[in-house]
Design a protein around this ligand. Sequence first.
Ligand SMILES: C[S@@+](CC[C@H](N)C(=O)[O-])C[C@H]1O[C@@H](n2cnc3c(N)ncnc32)[C@H](O)[C@@H]1O
Length: 216
Amino acid sequence: MSETSTLVTAEHFKYVAERTAREDPFLADLKQAARDAGIPPIWIAPEQASFMQILLRLARAREVIEVGTLAGYSAIAMARALPEGGRVRTIEIDTARAEFARKWAARSDVAGRVEVIQGAGREVLQKLPADSADAAFLDADKKSYPFYLEDCLRIVRRGGLIMVDNAFAFGQLFDPQPSDPDVPAVRSFNDLMSRVPELQSIIVPLGDGLWVGVKK
Ligand SMILES: C[S@@+](CC[C@H](N)C(=O)[O-])C[C@H]1O[C@@H](n2cnc3c(N)ncnc32)[C@H](O)[C@@H]1O
């Protein structure tokens, strides 16, 4: 037993990725088509998708809400961890991205389990009833995360999951002069998330840092 942790390096990240994630041809094609359509490659990493699938299975999730669809990569990955009749509702503000994701979800092995909602995250979340989701994944505009969190604490049932991406602020968490304008918002959200009394939360060092909170 040891109270000290092994320092996780880029080498460890690579090792983990190579041993835990299998990218299938369909998602590889989706990524290529997204690049061809001019959609930026800012989807989650395969090993992060795999970890989220494990969490969703453990939580026996049926209803998942996502803010930030992009090309539909994470929505399709999450939908694959749901049982028959399960559903990922994913919100995307950009019309062309929402349409792209809708088309690819319809072609996927989880067609019917992904519903793309074109709209602004805050407006859509505010309309969702309390305790209507088993899990939420926040992966959109960082400045709105505190509002999304407040809504998700209402929408996600007890025992459900709130997962939030980019806790490591695009690799610039400790940068004294970050180039990305969203870094301060991520830092202040991390402080907020660590103090939410309704959640037991932890940052998991996968991808760009994944917050995982379980609603008590
Ligand atoms: C990092 S990408 C999402 C990646 C996706 N979750 C994945 O891993 O495949 C963030 C997305 O959030 C969308 N977005 C930004 N602001 C938004 C808002 N206010 N409401 C909904 N979506 C928003 C962006 O257009 C972008 O497509």
